[in-house]
Ligand binder design. Structure first.
Ligand code: ADP
Length: 491
């Protein structure tokens, strides 16, 4: 395991990134197979670190450690667990600049956005530290005179967590925080593109004084092998996954035999609808925020922009003007709005979707060709998009805004719901009756009304249909990590 100066020179606290996997409170610096993998900066191609490429063996060790640690962790008082979590929260906030630097270097998003993600990620630790003390049960009037019925909530047990590269910090804390608060222990597998942010969280947990085994990280490139062990091992009682719908399906199949609980935060295909009566400036600002955050690489990014005929041309003109002000470049530089895409494969996918849309008559108003350097892609505006184009059905995951023109409310509701996904939707309108009708008709787990930003730890994040199930954040989030037990007492 080595960290290069391309990483350590940029940190105030170089020890924040630790040396390898984190299993049972120890840093696992060699893989039993002697393999390592490289983490690179997508903006420059520089190697940031070489990490031991852990797989099935290490996963099993981590599960054993989490299983052994779980009863004592659950037996702590809620306040004791909460106090450790608050300490972790404080450390994350104190080290936010370094954590953001690590995130930008390994993932590419602009530094300010990365810092925002760190604080957002930390907010889940704080929120669930607070929730740990409010895991209330119930008493129920008995069904006969001599029975007393009560309901208690207990931790599910060991949780396997699999997270993607697009929010290397927050996607982990959204799962880690409710699990720890509930009294569960965790084995996490971060995406191979971005393991350093997860390893930094483990370091902070070590510094905060969490007991060994409560949180374990298995970094590795063999996602299928690690995933299979997490799903098949009977000591793991739940899988919490954020990633593609396809991998979600694989994990559900693998968890079927063990009847494991699951939380699934899968793909999206967010409609962003602008009605004639919308506040034009607000709608354009919302579209920019929702579409171009993280270079379009989020599961709640506007994927299809539907604009009503009466406001279409004005909206497109204003959107283009704003898009022209977006600066693409290395996220460590000042004033950058859009970093690189994560990999060459991501650029190829955007190119494919654009070629298909062009072939079917979409017109490119700006952008539309790679910038020829690393994986940078310019903000791209398409008009004349239609429902037969692939980008109407598939997640673009890049800075491409396709605009679809529509005429009526009924038409756009039908178009917006014509997808197997159901994570986030957005719309802009002022008529209160229409706002109510549309909000209720959209088949999505999250609806942004006159706003393009919906993520917060205080609200339930999650989807319907093939976008998954379970909710992260809010008072609902902890329920995913608790079992209900009913006690029937005869007196
Ligand atoms: P994305 O398109 O965001 O990369 P993926 O679903 O491919 O979505 O990846 C999300 C996470 O799932 C990553 O940590 C990745 O390594 C992991 N993953 C990919 N394939 C599998 C698999 N077969 N089993 C378990 N985890 C997997």
């Amino acid at each position: 395991m080595t960290l290069t100066s391309a990483l350590t020179d940029k940190l105030d606290e170089p020890h924040l990134v630790a040396a390898g996997g984190f299993i049972n409170g120890k840093w696992n610096t060699v893989s039993s197979r002697g393999k390592v993998f490289r983490v690179t900066n997508p903006a420059t191609g520089e190697v940031l670190a070489q990490i031991p490429d852990l797989s099935t063996h290490a996963t099993r060790d981590a599960i054993d450690a989490a299983y052994a640690a779980q009863p004592a962790w659950a037996a702590l008082s809620a306040k004791e667990r909460a106090d450790l979590m608050k300490k972790l929260h404080r450390l994350m906030v104190e080290k936010a600049d370094d954590l953001a630097t690590i995130l930008t270097l390994e993932m590419g998003k602009p530094f300010n956005e990365a810092r925002g993600e760190i604080l957002y990620g930390a907010s889940f630790i704080e929120w669930f530290a607070e929730e740990a003390r409010r895991i209330y049960g119930d008493t129920i009037p008995g069904h006969t005179a001599n029975t007393r019925i009560s309901v208690i909530k207990q931790p599910v047990g060991v949780v396997g967590v699999i997270t993607p590269w697009n929010f290397p910090n927050a996607m982990l804390t959204r799962k880690l925080a409710p699990a720890l608060a509930a009294g569960c222990t965790v084995v996490a597998k971060p995406a191979a593109e971005t393991p350093l942010s997860a390893l930094a969280i483990a370091r902070l947990m070590e510094w905060a004084g969490f007991p060994p085994g409560v949180f374990n990280i298995v970094p590795g490139t063999d996602a299928a092998a690690i995933g299979e062990e997490l799903c098949a091992n009977p000591k793991v009682r739940k899988i919490s996954f954020t990633g593609s719908t396809n991998v979600g399906r694989i994990l559900m199949r693998q968890c079927a035999d063990g009847i494991k609980r699951m939380s699934m935060e899968l793909g999206g295909n967010a409609p962003f609808i602008v009605f004639n009566d919308a506040d034009l400036d607000a709608a354009v600002d919302g579209a920019i925020a929702s579409k171009f955050r993280n270079a379009g690489q989020t599961c709640v990014c506007a994927n299809r922009v539907y604009v009503q005929a009466g406001i279409h041309d004005a909206f497109v003109a204003r959107l283009k003007e704003k898009m022209e002000g977006l600066r693409v470049g290395n996220g460590m530089e000042e004033g950058i709005d859009i970093g690189p895409l994560i990999t060459d494969k991501a650029v190829a996918k955007v190119e494919d979707l654009l070629a298909d849309a062009r072939g079917q008559g979409a017109s490119v108003q700006m952008g539309g060709t790679p910038m020829g350097e690393a994986t940078f892609y310019p903000p791209t505006l398409l008009t004349g998009a239609t429902k037969t184009m692939r980008l109407a059905r598939e997640e673009i995951f890049g800075p491409v805004a396709p605009v679809f023109k529509f005429e009526t409310e009924a038409e756009v509701i039908e178009l917006a719901n014509a997808t197997e996904f159901g994570l986030a939707a957005y719309f802009y309108a002022r008529d209160i009756s229409k706002v109510t009708r549309v909000a209720e008709a959209l088949q999505y787990g999250i609806v942004g009304i006159n706003t393009g930003l919906i993520s917060t730890e205080v609200a339930p994040f999650g989807g319907v249909k093939q976008s998954g199930f379970g909710r992260e954040g809010s008072k609902y989030g902890i329920e995913d990590y608790l079992d209900i037990k009913y006690l029937c007492l005869a007196v």
